[in-house]
Design a protein around this ligand. Sequence first.
Ligand code: AMP
Ligand code: ZN
Length: 466
Amino acid sequence: MRLFNSLTSRVEEVVPTHPDGVVRIYGCGPTVYRQAHLGNLRTFLLTDLVRRALEFEGRTVLLITNITDVGHMTDDSSGQAVDRMQIAVEDEGLAPPEIAEKYTKAYLEDSAAIGILASHVYPRATDHVPEMIELTETLISRGHAYIADEGSVYFDVRSFPGYGKLSGNSIDELQPGHRELEVAQGKRHHADFSLWKSAGAGRLMRWDSPWGEGFPGWHVECSAMSMKYLGERFDVHTGGNDLKFPHHEDEIAQSEGATGHRVVSIWAHGGHLRLSGQKISKSTGNVVLVSDLVEQGIDPLAYRYLTFQTRYRSEMDLSLDALEAADRGLRRLRQRMAGWAGTPPPAERSDAASGLDRRFREAVADDLDMPRALVVLNEAVSSAEVPDGEKYALLASWDSVLGLDLERSAREDVELPPDVQDVVRRRDDARAAGDYATSDSMRERLTGMGYEVMDTAGGTRVRRRA
Ligand code: AMP
Ligand code: ZN
């Protein structure tokens, strides 16, 4: 499988660096002071897709998603910077661990609703402060960091020659934020960023450190936790485009500064989601949540399906029309699946099905070209050469990477209430015996019970009428 590497601006093969062959992935996770919106979730879907695509190829994956529950400031360069968690504490009247717990749970539920497979570990920043302190000490001892005013520690960007290699920002071009403040903070260069901050008065979340009471910077969290769980060299690191700078640029400086070598092989960044004119959310204004979709009667997986219609690196517009069209399209696909479900696949795969399968796999492996994969899927659906049973088998296997629960309608058909099953059985028996009068009356019974009746090669299939 190939992925576009933001660091080299090239599409590169994902090759596991560890001899065990396991592909190690770190995806920047949610900041848990509020609900994740569909934009955040688009980026988390990218990570899920990378993981599923690799597993689809038969690889074993180890995926880590961090939970940021401390240190993500509103604006790192301003004197008024406040920890986002602190704002939520004031707004909601809950303690920081309660806020973190509440939104971690919401994030996991939303992720599951859009078909994101659980990561193997969800390390929380607040559980890894000792590791962050240790990394900061290493950086000081290697001459990459220094202690400034009353117990804050900064990374010295000029000590790391590669600073800027991911984002293309050179140190000289970076504009100072608030020069007076930066001088007051004791920074040597305005681009230096904090690894550790001394805790001011009123600061709720604070830890002891060799530099006094304080709290870790945001970027150091991801260096410390990625290397703790994945080792000093790992394969793929994901995040949204906005994280390239400063978050990932700083992570590279920290991790490479501490180890003296390259740590991440491929940096994969996803394009942003934009809301177009229409208002989708009733309660939250400009932010759309999974619960907004549910409220509008849209299957959350329709959002997942919709994201596949745009290449992951491009920006994507979200509109209610597009969501509703995706919802209809997904339902139709599932109903087609249910219609094919009764027919067993042929003993040997047809050439047409093999060709489609090869093209689908190629599209996924080619830097996750999901729009192309969907073209192949549509061809399969309408193919005159592929028998129904084989179509079912093909789409069911592709669903391990699509994650759209394509077998849902077929499954619901099987899980019919016993009285409905009974009528279906009696109708099939009557038809087998050539008793068309009984067959017709059973059809009417089913219609009266609220079901749509279809005749397939496998017998009567019914589906609840929408
Ligand atoms: P946060 O919870 O704010 O730390 O963000 C979590 C992830 O969502 C990060 O990887 C961001 O890059 C990503 N992100 C934020 N806004 C958007 C957006 N509008 N579209 C896509 N990804 C986003
Ligand atoms: Zn991160």
